[in-house]
Design a binder for this molecule. Structure first.
Ligand code: NAD
Ligand code: UDP
Ligand code: UDP
Length: 343
């Protein structure tokens, strides 16, 4: 910690810490694991825009270089192909730890790898934080609440998770990652932050990742039926990616460890979501029912009172406003720049 004079005021510089708005801040060195993925790449855009140096660590399992191509050639940006399950030595001030597949189809593809990524990968990033004194942020998930028996879910709820189910590589993996994070904090004094992220959508999602928003949008654009799993009455709450990135940055810069729910409380059944997609893309899109997947949570909606109060954060983009922004991106990627996809 030291002080510097700028524009007549003394500003405390604390590398991992909070910097008052409106005063010049030291440029930080930040590592974003999973930065080539959907959420990570949007976060990197904001950090670079803010003037920080960013190192992305990614094994490209679900991420793509294309998501970061806008930063190639920028001396403040570095991309390292690396698997977080292996140790890595870096010198940084902050660690945003996102590396982990997020779509059920992706995380069930190699469940042992998923839990290793969550446990060993998180351990390595906490070891890194300890060695260099960096602040560490974990992107946990609403899946820690499992098939919740409380609705909406507040951070105080301990969850209802099947420890031996097909989703447990992810949800138990993230629960263990939270435990590791808190134990490094309590036992070793590491500065940590925990975000519990609810379903998020937006441009750069993998087109065929099997998640409901990407499936419905791609299906409607391709003139295929929208596949509703089960009776379609299960609910989710959908957050636009820019709201999430704002929440993650406020959490990292703020004074509170968390966990904090970051999600949009607007709750929809899958049938209601299908209707919004029909209105946005193709009113004639058909709906086809398919069997649901095992252990699918029946409902999910964040209680965001804590983030509102302590981070001054709440989402600003509704599904009706956010979906068209994602559709434009999917249209381009599915049909190319030239065609409009016929609708
Ligand atoms: P994503 O799959 O697009 O991004 C994950 C990134 O991590 C990819 O670039 C992937 O290549 C990389 N990765 C995976 N395993 C890795 C490993 N072992 N080593 C290095 N890199 C690895 O997913 P996303 O939606 O951007 O999710 C980012 C984070 O947010 C994840 O931790 C996820 O669990 C969490 N999250 C996301 C959502 C959501 O709705 N998108 C919801 C809850 C939590
Ligand atoms: N680690 C890492 N980079 C570092 C420091 C540590 O990847 O800069 C890894 C290290 O290899 C170990 C893990 O983080 O597997 C936990 O490190 P810690 O020092 O906390 O534990 P220890 O090595 O003492 O078991
Ligand atoms: N779902 C659906 N059709 C699809 C894909 C998913 O009805 O094509 C349902 C799925 O059964 C679940 C919800 O949509 O109830 C959200 O699934 P997703 O995989 O997007 O994320 P989750 O919240 O389960 O991690």
């Amino acid at each position: 910690l030291f002080e510097t004079r700028h524009e007549g005021s003394y500003v405390k510089r604390n590398v991992g810490g909070k910097v008052p708005l409106g005063v010049m801040r030291k440029s930080l060195r930040i590592v974003v694991t999973g930065g080539a993925g959907f959420v990570g790449s949007h976060l990197v855009d904001r950090l670079i825009e803010r003037g920080d140096s960013v190192i992305v660590v990614d094994n490209f399992f679900t991420g793509r270089k294309e998501n970061l191509a806008q930063h190639f050639g920028n001396p403040k940006f570095e991309l390292i192909r690396h698997d977080v399950v292996e140790p890595i030595l870096l010198e940084v001030d902050q660690i945003y730890h996102l590396a982990c597949p997020a779509s059920p189809v992706h995380y069930k593809f190699n469940p042992v790898k998923t839990i290793k990524t969550n446990v060993v990968g998180t351990l390595n990033m906490l070891g890194l934080a300890k060695r260099v004194g960096a602040r560490f942020l974990l992107t946990s998930t609403s899946e820690v609440y499992g098939d919740p028996l409380q609705h909406p879910q507040a951070e105080t709820y301990w969850g209802n998770v099947n420890p031996i189910g097909v989703r447990s590589c992810y949800d138990e993996g993230k629960r263990t990652a939270e435990t590791l994070t808190m134990d490094y904090h309590r036992g070793l004094g590491i500065e940590v932050r925990i975000a519990r992220i609810f379903n998020t959508y937006g441009p750069r999602m993998c087109i065929d990742d099997g998640r409901v928003v990407s499936n419905f949008v791609a299906q409607a654009l391709r003139k295929e039926p929208l596949t509703v799993y089960g009776d379609g009455k299960q609910t989710r709450s959908f957050q636009y990616v820019s709201d999430l990135v704002e929440g993650l940055m406020r959490l990292m810069e703020g004074d509170h460890v968390g966990p904090f729910n970051l999600g949009n409380p607007g709750e929809f059944t899958m049938l209601e979501l299908a209707e919004v997609v029909q209105e946005t893309i193709d009113p004639n899109a058909k709906i086809e029912f398919r069997p649901n997947t095992e252990d699918d949570p029946h409902m999910r909606k964040p209680d965001i009172s804590k983030a509102k109060e302590l981070l001054g954060w709440e989402p600003t983009v509704s599904l009706h406003k956010g979906l068209p922004l994602m559709v434009a991106d999917f249209r381009k990627r599915i049909f190319g720049d030239e065609k409009d996809g016929g609708s």
